[in-house]
Design a protein around this ligand. Structure first.
Ligand SMILES: [Zn+2]
Length: 263
């Protein structure tokens, strides 16, 4: 049995995600997301589950309820992606634009690990679990992270795997300094801004200096950092040897005051 069409419908906006549009549809019809999905007889509690894949029958039911074409419903999901793009596209929202969210929008590009500023209004995207005092984040870190995000996008869309491998190596290193565990591709999709921004900034730092040198110069090497390094590069003995070499040279140098001259 087909569910009744909803009393009100809303037109999807460019780049809008299916889950976001369903939320706006629910609000227009004075109900919440779960009630709407139950009415359309969709067996999921969260619309986000539909963003990556919506089967023909489900698209048909949603289209019928919202009085739109099923193709419109399908166009709101993610198109097919390369494995690299997919690894950097979040299944769940991890950042949003405060401005556009207020208007009930949920946009597709926000889910990309490399998205940094809202493409609709230009506001910097903020992590969903960001500290309440976002303004305390230094301008320098934001500047570097934005550059790193741009590089991450190039790497994700480049033909060969080399660029992304280099970017992820920088992220792995940043993670070890922050003792943040897990997959590097998840670190750049982290809902906590302190993790994500630091990892993105590391991508930019690794581009302008050889990674190990940049890391050691920016962070004096102590036992703790050394353990982190070993953990990050245990599978890359050549790189670890190069890091060791730099560390030994630094240890012989006059002390922390001369550190900047080695850059
Ligand atoms: Zn916006």
């Amino acid at each position: 049995m087909k569910p009744h069409p909803l009393p009100k419908t809303v037109a999807p906006l460019p780049d809008e995600l299916l889950s976001g549009w369903l939320s706006r549809l629910a609000a227009a019809n004075y109900c919440d997301d779960a009630e709407l999905l139950a009415h359309i007889k969709i067996d999921t509690a969260h619309g986000t589950a539909l963003d990556f894949c919506v089967d023909a029958a489900t698209a048909e039911r949603i289209a019928n309820a919202a009085r739109v074409d099923p193709d419109v419903v399908r166009s709101l999901t993610f198109p097919s992606m390369t494995p690299r793009e997919a690894s950097l596209t979040a299944q769940m929202p991890f950042q949003h634009c405060v401005q556009c969210s207020r208007e009930g929008l949920s946009l597709r590009h926000w889910r990309r690990a490399w998205a940094f500023d809202c493409q609709v209004c230009g506001t910097r995207l903020v992590q969903t679990l960001g500290k309440p005092r976002e303004e305390q984040i230094s301008g320098k870190l934001i500047f570097r992270a934005r550059r790193g995000a741009g590089m991450l996008e190039c790497a994700a869309r480049s033909r060969g795997p080399k660029q992304l491998r280099r970017a992820m190596r920088a992220v792995t290193f940043a993670m070890s300094l922050k003792t943040f565990r897990g997959d590097p591709s998840f670190a750049v999709q982290n809902p906590r801004s302190e993790v994500r921004l630091f990892c993105l900034a590391a991508i930019a730092a690794a581009r302008s200096h050889p990674l190990a040198k940049a890391a050691i110069v920016s962070k004096s090497i102590d036992d703790y950092a050394r353990v982190a390094l070993l953990r990050a590069f245990e599978k890359e003995p050549r790189l670890l040897a190069a890091i060791d070499h730099i560390a030994q040279r630094r240890a012989k140098s006059a002390g922390p005051m001369t550190a900047s001259s080695h850059n």
